[in-house]
Design a protein around this ligand. Sequence first.
Ligand SMILES: *[C@@H]1O[C@H](CO)[C@@H](O)[C@H](O)[C@H]1NC(C)=O
Ligand SMILES: *[C@@H]1O[C@H](CO)[C@@H](O)[C@H](O)[C@H]1NC(C)=O
Ligand SMILES: *[C@@H]1O[C@H](CO)[C@@H](O)[C@H](O)[C@H]1NC(C)=O
Length: 392
Amino acid sequence: MKQPRVVAMEEGAEPVSATKTSLSRAFPSRILVVCLLFLFLGIGLSIIGMYSVRFSMIPQIAAKASSTVQPWFEDTTNTLENFIRPPSNLMHNMNDTELLWRASFVPQIKEYPFKRVPKIAFMFLTKGPLPLAPLWDRFFKGHEELYSIYVHALPSYTGGYPPSSVFYGRQIPSQIVEWGKMSMCEAERRLLANALLDISNERFILLSESCIPLYNFSIIYHYISGSKHSFMGSVDEPGRYGQQRYNRHMRPEITLSQWRKGSQWFEVNRKLAIDIIKDTTYYHKFKRFCRSACYVDEHYFPTMLTIQSPHLLANRTLTWTDWSRGGAHPATFGNADITESFFKRILEGQSCLYNGQPSTICYLFARKFAPSALDPLLGLAHKGDFWSYSQS
Ligand SMILES: *[C@@H]1O[C@H](CO)[C@@H](O)[C@H](O)[C@H]1NC(C)=O
Ligand SMILES: *[C@@H]1O[C@H](CO)[C@@H](O)[C@H](O)[C@H]1NC(C)=O
Ligand SMILES: *[C@@H]1O[C@H](CO)[C@@H](O)[C@H](O)[C@H]1NC(C)=O
């Protein structure tokens, strides 16, 4: 069986090669012409093809794409990176209902699938400008990864800050605030809600335009971040300015023994910030029954958080205020007051509990400072330590 096949193959090999050589010898130029013809035909066809695709098909595809999905270069909304990155523009057109709802989102998995550096949100509740801004600029310099700033000014205030300032572009959509009224707490909730939109913000501190820092950024950051408690002033104060502001109509949600008073200038962690912005129960009680001689901003958050999370509160504020001069308003300090001995007086002899241990650092901020205090304050503020008096 093998034999005839081998023979057949050998037989067939001979005439093929003979034909091939005789053909190439006989018509070499004709073959070249045929090849070139095919080549030009191929090029011609592909050029026509490209043109017809360009002028007829692509517009169809593009039209179809724009009517159904976003163009590829804008469709980045579904990345984790996009979700983590804080909004680049603080201005938005959400109203308070929408904003509070949006800000109340909480991840249910406790571990973050990315490196999260906890930041402190510094929230400034002001009427207009921040006269002490240059001092804060110096305070924040070099710590960009660890803080974010939010400013709620009255809507009528149209001034701004130079691009070199830490306050540049940090104003949030605001509304009218009547001091001591519910709108004050609404502004504070608006600040918290805007700050909650940045997932890196872990601690939230409320300040005013007349506040100054008492230590450098590093000390303040570590003091706040390292605290097991949030610094909400909360005391059960008898008398006219405390218990007598309570209204029995607040029962049963709020009883007299639960009624608290504290400084408006608070610091809360992320959990408590969300508890504050999502509250409707206590909000409505205070809005209806804490009026005239009852100052909502001194009672609402201290009372509510003492009922809900007493174990998370330090029950003291971080902001030093001088009430020693008496009257309804605390002392304001100007140019002539700012000396090293003035700061020694504020800082020395303090004692309080920090994480359950005695501490001599109790206040991190102070108020109230007039615009005229700026120059002497800048004179005392040094790089590094920030304040010359805290070097000793
Ligand atoms: C915000 O807008 C929604 C939808 O239009 C509306 O239901 C809600 O009452 C508004 N909230 C405020 C505070 O205006
Ligand atoms: C703050 O006060 C509440 C009661 O009002 C108490 O339960 C809590 O332990 C206090 N916090 C500290 C740090 O002592
Ligand atoms: C902050 O102040 C403390 C104490 O005065 C000092 O030891 C520390 O170096 C300062 N931190 C920075 C970043 O300058």
